[in-house]
Ligand binder design. Structure first.
Ligand SMILES: [Zn+2]
Length: 72
């Protein structure tokens, strides 16, 4: 079973996109993603759509991150 955008939001997780080439990391805007793709969109499918805003590479990893207030 793969995570969907709705799963990430329900669990209060965040999504990070990390460039494979320059390690540039951005936190994805969940609201914008759901608006564009819908809540059933699988998180792994985002990987193919991402492009690094720093070096332009299309090779990025998507990582699910715990919310900051649960890290302590
Ligand atoms: Zn990059």
């Amino acid at each position: 079973m793969s995570a969907t955008l709705a799963n990430v939001i329900t669990n209060n997780y965040r999504l990070l996109a990390i460039c494979d080439h320059c390690a540039h990391t951005v936190e994805l805007d969940m609201d914008a993603l759901v608006e564009r793709h819908g809540g059933d969109y699988p998180v792994p499918a985002l990987k193919k759509r991402l492009r690094c805003t720093r070096c332009g590479s299309a090779s990025c990893a998507v990582q699910v991150a715990l919310p900051l207030d649960r890290c302590a």
